[in-house]
Design a protein around this ligand. Structure first.
Ligand code: EZ4
Ligand code: CO
Length: 403
């Protein structure tokens, strides 16, 4: 069996997505996601110029050897663009392999370890009253786990709030990123008050989560974790930018609020120390930015040794192809924790018809052979690429901060 062709499809059904399609001499094709928010064309070029020529003629069933070829063989290891492009190839090859076997992808990984994949939704509002309404809305839809993000008095814009409720989208159209103001003291004062009100309103029967989005220093994160302990959060997400893995030791010494980190990580080396020292409870790496199913399963296996469970990233800038692959992975992986599920817009869902479905708080990848996600190329062609970027953050005095 041979790979006979491959192409990159860039489409913008509400937001940009980069898709790799691989074709074979047996008439079976597979697709993978290569979207990096704000760096879409870098991934598209990397695939078209540097990866596709090397794929032609290879046996698509040798997904491991192709992974190693694209990782070791490139000399320049790791990095988000490289690892995302490897992931796109890997997803497409697993799709082909599972279609060839006539099985849903999760069966090739080891079969279902659970009946459904627990997901969390993203409830956001400008103030506590709006957040309460949104949580009630998610609960009415059947969600059992909900991430609460609220505006902060004194700050015009914060991560996770605004631009549509059920379809949160952080990127703004335009050639240059928008700038937003960030101030930690207001946030740290406001967040425990928010969760106090949420628990008062909803009780402890719903899992509540919160994304800090890399905004804090370690000691600030420690204070936040400690102040949220009475509200028993499922986790706080990305409390600090965790390039410095050691800094999580400090947070751990001060709080038992569970910690999830890693949506921007691109390989096992980024979380190696976090996992081995049990400095986190959930690893957020997903199939897209961390080298595909082939690499994510290695991260999950390492994590399992240290009681760390998975909590895959699943925001709207990860295409339905990533969601499909993640759900096959989640249904199988023994140390599954939870899956993020930010709903895609109807335009996106129409371009990427998929077999996965939501029922009473759980997603299921479906039984279609392969990963169960397709791309409607005719429809995709109607939505050309539009430059869009995540905002950048500055402190009151103009200092650049982490968005
Ligand atoms: O801001 O994926 O948990 N989800 C997140 C996301 C990220 C986007 C960045 O592209 O933090 O909303
Ligand atoms: Co996040």
């Amino acid at each position: 069996m041979k790979i006979t062709g491959a192409k990159v499809i860039v489409t913008c059904p509400g937001r940009n997505f980069v898709t790799l399609k691989i074709e074979t001499d047996q008439g079976i094709s597979g697709i993978g996601d290569a979207t990096i928010n704000g760096r879409e064309l870098a991934a598209a070029t990397y695939l078209a110029e540097h990866v596709i020529p090397a794929l032609i003629g290879r046996d698509p069933r040798q997904s491991e050897d192709i992974w190693q070829y694209l990782y070791r063989g490139v000399y320049w290891r790791r990095g988000s663009v490289t690892m995302t492009c490897i992931a796109a190839v890997d997803m497409a090859l697993w799709d082909i392999k599972a279609k060839l076997a006539g099985m849903p992808l999760y069966q090739l990984l080891g079969g279902a370890s659970r009946t459904g994949v627990l997901v969390y939704g993203h409830a956001n509002g400008r103030d506590t009253a709006e957040v309460i309404d949104e949580i009630a809305r998610y609960q009415a839809m059947g969600y059992r786990a909900i991430r609460a993000q609220s505006g902060v008095p004194g700050l015009e814009e914060v991560y996770g709030v605004g631009k549509g409720k059920l379809f949160y989208e952080p990127a703004d159209r335009g050639a240059v990123a928008k700038e937003a103001l960030w101030s930690t003291p207001e946030y740290l004062d406001h967040t425990p008050v928010l969760f106090d009100k949420l628990r008062e309103k909803f009780g402890f029967g719903v899992e509540l989560l919160h994304d800090v989005h890399h905004r804090l220093t370690p000691i600030e994160a420690a204070r936040l974790g400690k102040s949220l302990e009475p509200y028993r959060l499922f986790w706080i997400e990305d409390p600090t930018p965790a390039e410095n893995q050691e800094s999580l030791r400090l947070i751990r010494q001060h709080t038992v609020t569970p910690i999830a980190i890693g949506e921007v990580f691109d390989s096992i080396h980024d979380s190696h120390q976090l996992i081995k020292e049990q400095l986190i409870d959930y690893i957020r790496s997903t199939v897209l930015h961390a080298g595909g199913i082939t690499h994510l399963r290695r991260i999950a296996d390492l994590a399992a040794l240290y009681h760390v469970r998975t909590g895959c990233h699943g925001a709207t800038d990860l295409s339905p192809i990533t969601m499909g692959c993640a759900l096959h992975f989640d249904l199988w992986v023994p140390n599954f924790g939870i899956q993020e599920y930010m709903r895609h817009s109807p335009e996106t869902d129409a371009v990427f018809p998929h077999a996965y479905s939501f029922d009473t708080g759980y997603l299921h990848p479906g039984e279609t052979p392969g990963h169960g996600v397709e791309i409607d190329e005719t429809l995709a062609a109607r939505y050309p690429y539009q430059a869009a970027y995540l905002p950048v953050a500055r402190l009151r005095d103009g200092t650049m901060w982490n968005w």
